[in-house]
Design a protein. Structure first.
Length: 320
């Protein structure tokens, strides 16, 4: 494979935000409901506030996950956004999923239907040579009790493709308050990640790593303004999933994207698509965004190397 070819591993995408827009339009029409203006605007590439516009759009696409077939189709859509197979290079996705919200809070489908649909989609992906690992996503701003409810729902009988636990949403609840939840997830054999330093301050990255004990950061772009935080991430070899299209759409105050600074500091960054069915993008497009930042061959090669080396879909499971 040429050194500057795009990675074949999407390090961060949400199942709920992964449905194809054409599929969502057709599904909404069949249900007799209108697609919200916020979602239409995102599909046109407009920049809107995370709260309430992105949350409205995200919750609407969640409502489309109303059965096993929809869950399967969401996995299919996520797989379709990978770069094509080339020279035997492995392809994979680390896929985030919020079962408690879908099943218990919104009651869009049953847990059995969700698991069956995702399992069917993963089986199809494996037949295409694509490895998929699922990370359970709890919502930070719902509070730590919500995190325990997520684990109560899914434990102890987890599918073998569930490998991790994470927090997402708005960074409103301190990560130290989530520490007991992360400890419980770790005891259950799950790897730990957190959306931190995205819509919250860079200091959240330090707290997530040092006080909550996570071993992976999603986004983390606010940490780039603090050299000591980049040093912490580099020294501890903490992988960071960076999603340029999402960051530019949801963080209009970010300025120039900090990915080059993060890589220059030795942070193990890799690319993800985040919510590509809401903020249209694919993995080759995210690679093009990274190249447009002026990255030279060395940092680009590191970005591609980290994608595979740190992906949970290629690592041996912690759970037995």
């Amino acid at each position: 494979m040429h050194a500057l070819s795009p990675p074949r591993v999407d390090r961060h995408t949400h199942l709920e935000g992964g449905l194809d827009p054409a599929w969502v339009r057709a599904h909404a029409a069949a249900r007799g409901v209108a697609v919200p203006a916020s979602l239409e605007a995102y599909w046109r590439g407009e920049v809107l506030d995370f709260d309430p516009h992105f949350l409205e759009a995200f919750f609407f696409v969640c409502s489309c996950l109303d059965g096993a077939e929809a869950a399967r189709d969401a996995v299919r859509a996520c797989v379709s956004r990978l770069a094509p197979a080339e020279d035997g290079a492995p392809r994979g996705i680390d896929l985030w999923l919020s079962p408690h919200f879908l099943v218990e809070q919104a009651r869009f489908l049953t847990l059995d239907a969700l698991w069956r649909g995702v399992d069917a989609g993963i089986a199809e992906a494996r037949n295409q040579g694509v490895r998929v690992a699922v990370v359970l996503d709890a919502v930070n701003h719902f509070g730590a009790e919500h995190g325990h409810a997520v684990l109560d729902l899914v434990l102890p009988e987890l599918p073998d493709w569930v490998v991790g636990f994470s927090t997402g949403g708005l960074e409103r609840v301190p990560f130290r308050a989530w520490a007991p939840v992360f400890a419980r997830a770790r005891k259950a054999g799950l790897r730990l990640a957190a959306h931190a330093g995205e819509n919250g301050p860079g200091a959240n990255v330090r707290e997530a790593v040092l006080e909550a004990g996570v071993s992976r950061i999603v986004h983390g772009v606010r940490a780039a303004a603090h050299p000591e935080l980049l040093e912490l991430l580099a020294e501890r070899s903490i992988p960071v999933d960076v999603c340029p299209t999402s960051n530019r759409a949801l963080l209009p105050d970010l300025g120039s994207h900090p990915l080059p600074r993060m890589l220059a500091a030795g942070v193990r960054c890799a690319l993800g698509t985040d919510d590509p069915g809401i903020l249209p993008c694919d993995l080759p497009g995210e690679w093009a965004c990274a190249r447009a930042m002026g990255l030279e061959a060395g940092p680009l090669e590191a970005l591609r190397r980290h994608a595979e080396a740190d992906a949970w879909c290629f690592q041996a499971p912690v759970r037995q």
